[in-house]
Design a binder for this molecule. Structure first.
Ligand code: KIV
Length: 272
């Protein structure tokens, strides 16, 4: 049995100068494959809403949906750190509600850490969660849950004032006890400054080469998502084409009467 990665291990990696590889997962099978590949951490992101559930944004994702998918990912994972996103407005109303909802992601979903978006607005929540033993990953820069306020999925911290605010937020999150921070869609120079100023690791997504690690949406980097893929994503496969072509071959076989072999005796565990 492999030794599970803990939140603390990511901080140690930064100290040793080792990069952190993180990917999203939403189900047990993908979690099993990515865990077997050796990722350090699996994020059950609320990108679930767009990638799996067919919404235009992450805003509609509920806590129950996150718990359901986090539990599946946790069942498929033996080594990677499983981090679950707290969905929109499940941690902003007050600290008690945030603690209650984080408890559900950890106890019912099996997450080992939670991630939440924002800086100064969530510092009280982060402080309390860390105080009661919940490892917290921050998320700054482009905050997809604020898409209606920001007016779209646009690059952030592009002027000096916003870059200074982002750095202040990052330092406040570190001070509050966050064990790492995702930096999404910000200029490389800003990500480099934040990374150099912090003792905790930064995990970039569209934030240049100088973060302590990277997270990507797995279906984007595998070429599986059949929608818009951000321009910064490097695609390592084009699985959507593989799926379409395999399904077309299957359809041809069925139409020609070339069915799968008849079951012999016992066929193993059911797959559906
Ligand atoms: O929900 C998600 O997948 C995320 C990543 C894009 C960082 O928050």
């Amino acid at each position: 049995m492999p030794i599970p990665v803990r939140a603390r291990d990511l901080k140690d990696k930064k100290q040793r100068g080792e990069k952190i590889a993180m990917l999203t997962a939403y189900d047990a099978n993908m979690a099993r494959l990515l865990d077997r590949a050796g990722v350090d951490a699996l994020l059950v992101g609320d990108s679930l809403g767009m990638v799996v559930l067919g919404y235009q944004t992450t805003v509609a994702v509920t806590l129950d949906a996150m718990i359901h998918h986090t539990a599946a990912v946790a069942r498929g994972t033996t080594r990677a750190l499983v981090v679950a996103d707290m969905p929109f407005l499940t941690y902003q109303a007050n600290v008690a509600e945030a603690v209650h909802n984080a408890r559900r992601l950890i106890q019912e979903g099996g997450a080992a850490a939670i991630k939440l978006e924002g800086g100064h607005a969530v510092i009280d929540v982060v402080t309390r969660l860390v105080d009661v033993g919940v490892p917290v990953m921050g998320h700054l820069g482009l905050l997809p849950q604020s898409v209606h306020q920001v007016g779209g999925f646009v690059r952030q911290a592009t002027n000096e004032r916003d870059a200074d605010t982002l750095l202040a937020d990052a330092l406040a999150l570190e001070q509050a006890g966050a064990f790492s921070i995702v930096l999404e869609a910000i200029p490389s120079e800003v990500a480099r400054t934040v990374t150099n100023e912090l003792a905790i690791p930064t995990i970039g997504i569209g934030a240049g080469p100088d973060c302590d690690g990277q997270v990507l949406v797995s279906s984007d980097m595998l070429g599986l998502f059949d929608g818009h893929v951000p321009s910064f994503v490097k695609q390592y496969a084009h699985l959507n084409e593989t799926v379409v072509s395999a399904a077309q071959s299957y359809i041809e076989d069925v139409k020609a009467g070339r069915y799968a072999r008849p079951a012999s005796t016992v066929t193993g565990a059911p797959t559906a």
